[in-house]
Design a protein around this ligand. Structure first.
Ligand code: FES
Length: 119
């Protein structure tokens, strides 16, 4: 397990972005529990730290795929282009044959005021 943040840096309703070695992570607190995912959209591998976050669901800023930070589950796959509505056929083209896939989640431990993840 590697320390990634102080506990009070991970707040409900906000994404906390950090990097360990070359791995970028996103963390947040949902219902008091800290969750962590690899910050790499499973569509084209783009970072999602500038995407929208509603307190549990991350929306990729590039093509609108949505993921649950608690379990990485994909909730919506390629639904727009840079936040602009696009016809279904255009979204299909942008998928580039990629199938919906969940984000990689990490085991998190909170101890003595610090947050650790298992990379
Ligand atoms: S890179 Fe995230 S939806 Fe395309």
């Amino acid at each position: 397990m590697q320390r990634v943040a102080a506990s009070d840096e991970i707040r409900a309703g906000e994404m906390f972005s950090t990097q360990i070695d070359k791995t970028k992570l996103l963390l947040s607190r949902v219902d008091g529990q800290v969750y962590a995912v690899i910050d790499k959209c499973t569509h084209l591998g783009m970072p999602m730290r500038k995407g929208k976050f509603d307190g549990q669901v991350i929306t990729c800023p590039f093509h609108g795929s949505r993921f649950d930070i608690k379990n990485g589950e994909n909730l919506d796959w390629v639904s727009n282009i840079m936040g602009m509505n696009a016809p279904k056929w255009a979204c299909k083209m942008i998928e580039l044959g990629k199938k919906p896939a969940p984000l990689t989640t990490l085991t998190v431990e909170e101890k003595d005021g610090d947050v650790f993840v298992d990379l």
